[in-house]
Design a protein around this ligand. Structure first.
Ligand code: TXA
Ligand code: MG
Length: 310
């Protein structure tokens, strides 16, 4: 399906009727609904089987729309001007008179917001007079989708429309930065944390154990629901083996995220590869050691959570 104007018009029609629509973003695909509507946002939780206490990220077209719902500060503006639209989400203070549905925030006084850069979704957001709540379009705890087909695999006919935006260019979720109180990184993601630190020249850390951490960062997540082992040199027979460097041997159970240790490329291919291992019915996955730097740190974070599946 091409995203000509008529598909975007269709999406608007469904969204206006409080329905959910699959949308492409540069990080992963989202399951979108009108963030001002309790009817629409309740459907997201139901479709995803998502615990009600896990709040949603809201997607905006621009600052003007955001200012209706959130208090903004200097640090936010600095990051916004540099990195948005792009793979970063901000936690901001929710305005008292904001129309955001209580379902979205789980009655919190903060809101996670993001400005996706994918042209199809920007085009859609521009034409709406409400922002879109959109968590990753997967059943809770499973692998995030990076193509229209992945979203279809998750929800089948339960959703009426998925906009096609090709494969997500980044392939892992946005980096989440808390800008309420002490700035902190709550989730590693598509914008490497070193880059944010360097740009701000600020001590802004990733605090895994913070009380304020994202409720959705549960121990088991991003999982193909197959046993997964990390830092493996030699896989067992019949075990899928995930690699980032090319080996001399050619084996049918080898799955390359990259052939030359390119960690950005590896992150882009991560979820796609986990999905295809699942489709090939492997019962167990081994992963070779991945350097814990830049995108490698993000890949390790996701695989560590996936490895908690028992
Ligand atoms: O790249 C992304 O961010 C994708 C695309 C679709 O935009 N969205 C995404 O949404 O990853 P989701 O719902 O799968 O992850 C959002 C995370 C969850 O871990 C949630 O707990 C956290 O953001 N979150 C939402 N609101 C929050 C808040 N007010 N304070 C702290 N964490 C929050
Ligand atoms: Mg998610």
């Amino acid at each position: 399906m091409k995203n000509n104007l008529s598909n975007i018009k269709k999406a608007i029609k469904y969204l206006n009727k409080n329905q959910c629509v699959g949308i492409p973003t540069e990080t992963v695909y989202g399951l979108a609904a009108n963030a001002y509507s309790s009817v629409a946002t309740a459907k997201i939780f139901k479709l995803k089987k998502r615990p009600k206490q896990n709040p949603l990220i809201v997607h905006y077209f621009n600052l003007k729309m955001l200012k209706k719902d959130c208090e903004i500060n200097e640090l936010f503006l600095k990051l916004y001007r540099r990195y948005s639209p792009g793979p970063i989400s901000y936690i901001l203070k929710l305005k008292k008179n904001s129309l955001i549905s209580k379902n979205v925030t789980n009655k919190k006084k903060t809101l996670a917001v993001r400005f996706p850069s994918h042209p199809t979704t920007r085009n859609l957001l521009k034409k709406l007079n409400y922002p879109l709540a959109a968590p990753s379009a997967n059943i809770s705890t499973k692998i995030s989708p990076v193509s229209k087909k992945d979203v279809k695999d998750e929800f089948g006919k339960k959703i009426s429309l998925i906009l096609d935006g090709g494969q997500s260019k980044i392939g892992v979720e946005s980096t989440i930065v808390n800008l309420v109180d002490k700035p902190q990184i709550l989730r590693l993601g598509g914008l490497p944390k070193e880059e944010i630190k360097k740009y701000l020249n600020l001590k802004i850390n990733y605090d895994k154990k913070s009380k304020f951490k994202s409720p959705g960062q549960s121990k088991t997540h991003y999982s193909p629901h197959i046993k997964l082992r990390l830092n493996i040199k030699n896989p067992n027979q019949n075990e899928a083996f995930i690699l980032i460097r090319k080996r001399k041997k050619l084996n049918t159970n080898y799955f390359y995220l990259s052939k030359n240790n390119n960690l950005k490329e590896a992150a882009k291919n991560l979820y796609k590869t986990l999905r295809s291992i699942k489709k090939n019915k492997f019962k167990s996955i081994a992963v070779e050691k991945i350097p814990n730097e830049g995108f490698g740190e993000v890949i390790n974070d996701r695989l560590k959570r996936a490895s908690n599946f028992k």
